[in-house]
Design a protein around this ligand. Structure first.
Ligand code: 5GP
Length: 200
């Protein structure tokens, strides 16, 4: 997605070879127009699959799940990292290690909101090691629902998240794929393959 790549180039800050800060427009202060376009892009990728629900994890996936679900006209559900006293129903719970916080959370979704009838798209802000998305995939599996695919706003392709997901048969789409980055040289995106023109 060109607008997203341009924005990452302009406003993203590479903190280290592994960590990109995008909190001026993606995950702290949020650009609503860009967030709408991101939701539209995910919806276009998965619309043909008869999606019934969009799933994400709090907190920084929520606004992307909202705009994706809005574009698909389905509900979205976000997995919670802490068990609130109001969360009294039966839960699907899995452990998820956080790349940025370096701790493991128990992540839960109420059994009322995900069932074997659902066709689910998972979205999140980043795909890095894949722990968050693999955890959400496990929740979809516990519900007996069908996982249509996952959408990451930003993929750090030099980390192993995509291969972990693809190895277990998950369809992965990322709107900006980073090949490499460094504080000195900035971000290098994966070149998208141009369709070869058939020779008649
Ligand atoms: P994973 O579970 O794939 O290792 O990491 C995904 C989660 O870690 C995302 O939900 C995201 O919040 C956070 N994350 C991973 N890498 C980055 C990064 O480079 N920058 C930011 N801001 N968050 C990241």
């Amino acid at each position: 997605m060109q607008a997203l790549q341009d924005r990452i180039r302009r406003d993203g800050r590479v903190l280290s070879a592994n960590v990109l800060k995008v909190d001026s427009f993606l995950n702290h202060q949020v650009d609503p127009q860009l967030t709408l376009e991101i939701g539209q892009a995910f919806a276009d990728l998965f619309r043909a699959e008869g999606v019934t629900k969009v799933l994400t994890i709090e907190a920084s996936g929520i606004h992307f799940a909202l705009t994706t679900a809005l574009a698909l006209q389905v509900p979205f559900v976000y997995a919670k990292k802490k068990k609130a006293v109001t969360l009294t129903e039966d839960l699907y719970t899995v452990p998820v290690h956080s790349f940025t916080r370096q701790e493991t959370f128990q992540v839960s979704v109420s059994k009322s909101y995900l069932s074997a009838d659902d066709r689910v798209v998972i979205v999140d802000d980043f795909l890095a090691t894949g722990d968050a998305l693999m955890g959400l995939r496990e929740i979809v599996g516990l519900a007996g629902a069908h996982l249509v695919g996952v959408g990451a706003v930003v993929e750090k392709s030099f980390q192993n998240g995509r291969s972990r997901l693809e190895e277990v048969g998950v369809r992965v789409h990322a709107l900006a794929r980073i090949e490499s980055m460094s504080p000195e040289t900035g971000v290098k995106f994966v070149e998208t393959q141009k369709e070869a023109t058939p020779v008649c």
